[in-house]
Design a protein around this ligand. Structure first.
Ligand SMILES: Nc1ncnc2c1ncn2[C@@H]1O[C@H](COP(=O)(O)OP(=O)(O)OP(=O)(O)O)[C@@H](O)[C@H]1O
Ligand SMILES: [Mg+2]
Length: 485
């Protein structure tokens, strides 16, 4: 039995004779197991530990101490000082060795092990030395592992705080204050949440907070945008498939739900989920089972689902585009984020926040903003909500030095009058009698221009697709074909 590290013991024993017997028992490993201090009562033990908890690894305590804090009470108090400290209890022979209740009480209080002392006429040992020493080594190992776990938990906690600090939810309007409170409450409850709000109001931000404030925060947070994938791919993304389950399935694929096991899955734009995937999602929510393509044995998963949409799901249900049973399953708790134009008092706070944030990140000086510019920002309707405001501020930082005025704001919003030359140039492309182009080219050029125009004025692809009356996957594909992505 060799150990690299020294094991430091605090011995709580009021009889000198027994203290000596403990010392003799561990004598063969005295260079590794060191009795740092011997105290005769519970109170002194607690004071010693409080002063220097890190000085000790294992506490060996007599169960029958005279007076003061003793027994289970003492065990509990030691554990309160440092839960990683390991406690070995030695008791008198008089304790019935088949008394499981007693053993149980000790373990429940937090002891790691206990043994009954040898009779008083055995002078050299308190207990069978190899067993005794082995238990000390085990106790030390347990403490070391707990310390390690504690420190990695602390690091994870720090990372999580960093994430939450970077993703703060700005706003002091009544609605946002209430929302923050509700997020904290709902995060703790493990139920499904549906986040509702227009595009760019902060639905993903809220979902992130829900995860990192929940008990699942050390596990994965995985996001999928149901609108950005072609219908035929979404099921395999979500639920995975087995090797050989269809032509082309040369390897098995782990779906999002399996990958996020024990964590949270964020289903963005849930309104875009195709019907067949809706059925499978319902199964996950009802039974915690995934329907993996090509697999007959069910796979169990433990995942919290947070979904979001800017669509009117009730209407989608009426139009039979969204399953009613799924809607109720998702809508156990809902969080609604009002559009920015309904909480204008948040605008100056957001402007301040984004100005500082981007100035810091881009290494630029933070410009001042005139009152009229701020008034304009406050009075604007923000169809793309916070995301649009964020983009405008970022643009302003690139384009403006020193002071932001109302004209700068209008420019950044794309509201300034277009220069005459450029619009003439645009027109000349189509109406140039000398250069009549093939319809295919004109159509493509026009489509590209129009898509660019719409994308500039919307805050997300989902919104652009909606305004253009296109299914998001089609919009996505067309953008790619036009070289816009
Ligand atoms: N209250 C807020 N405080 C700070 N930043 C915010 C706030 N609300 C939104 N944002 C920021 O605005 C941007 C858009 O937010 P987010 O992506 O969460 O919106 P969304 O509702 O999911 O939009 P979409 O419907 O288009 O997907 C993000 O960068 C987010 O961090
Ligand atoms: Mg989103």
């Amino acid at each position: 039995m060799r150990f690299n590290q020294k094991i430091n013991i605090l011995l709580i024993e009021d009889e000198e004779y027994d203290a000596r017997r403990v010392q003799k028992t561990i004598a063969p490993l005295a260079d590794q197991i060191r009795i740092q201090k011997i105290v005769a009562d519970g109170q002194s033990a607690l004071e010693t530990l409080q002063k220097a908890p890190n000085q000790f690894d294992v506490v060996i305590m007599d169960y029958q101490l005279l007076g003061g804090i003793t027994g289970e009470n003492l065990i509990r108090k030691i554990k309160e000082i440092d839960p990683t400290l390991q406690i070995i209890v030695i008791t008198k022979m008089t304790v019935n060795i088949t008394d499981f209740d007693f053993a149980n009480r000790l373990i429940e209080a937090g002891a790691m092990w206990y043994c009954t002392k040898y009779p008083g006429d055995i002078e050299d040992f308190i207990y069978q030395p190899t067993d005794f020493i082995l238990s000390i080594l085990n106790a030390f190992e347990k403490k070391r592992l707990l310390k390690k776990e504690q420190s990695s938990k602390r690091k994870l906690e720090q990372n999580i705080n960093q994430i939450l600090n970077e993703k703060v939810l700005i706003g002091e309007s009544e609605a946002i204050r209430e929302l923050r409170k509700k997020i904290e409450r709902v995060a703790q409850q493990d139920s499904t949440v549906l986040i509702l709000g227009e595009s760019g109001t902060g639905k993903e931000l809220v979902a992130t907070h829900l995860h990192y404030l929940s008990k699942r925060r050390f596990e994965k947070f995985m996001t999928i945008n149901c609108g950005s994938l072609p219908h035929e791919l979404i099921e395999s993304e979500l639920f995975g498939f087995e090797k050989g389950s269809f032509t082309g399935a040369t390897n098995k694929k782990i779906g999002l739900f399996e990958a996020a096991n024990h964590g949270t899955v964020f289903l963005d734009e849930i309104g875009e989920l195709p019907m067949s995937a809706q059925v499978k999602l319902l199964r996950v929510l009802q039974d915690g089972e995934i329907d993996k393509i090509g697999r007959t044995v069910k796979v169990k998963v433990d995942v919290r689902v947070v979904a979001a949409t800017n669509k009117d799901l009730v209407k989608a249900v009426q139009q039979k585009k969204f399953r009613e049973d799924l809607f109720y399953r998702l809508n156990v708790i809902n969080l609604y984020i009002p559009p920015l134009r309904e909480r204008r008092e948040d605008i100056p706070l957001l402007v301040e926040y984004f100005l500082n944030y981007f100035a810091d990140n881009l290494g630029l000086a933070r410009p001042q903003i005139t009152t009229s510019a701020m008034d304009y920002l406050k009075s604007f309707d923000w169809p793309g909500n916070v995301r649009q405001l964020q983009n405008v501020i970022q643009r302003l930082l690139y384009n403006v030095d020193g002071q932001i005025d109302v004209e700068d704001v209008k420019n950044s919003l794309g509201l300034a009058p277009q220069s005459k030359i450029s619009s003439e140039q645009e027109n000349s492309f189509v109406w140039d009698a000398a250069n009549i182009a093939a319809w295919r080219d004109v159509e493509k050029a026009f489509k590209k221009k129009y898509f660019e125009f719409v994308r500039k004025r919307t805050s997300s692809d989902a919104e652009a697709a909606r305004l253009l009356g296109l299914a998001p996957p089609n919009f996505h594909r067309m953008c790619k074909e036009l070289g816009l992505k």
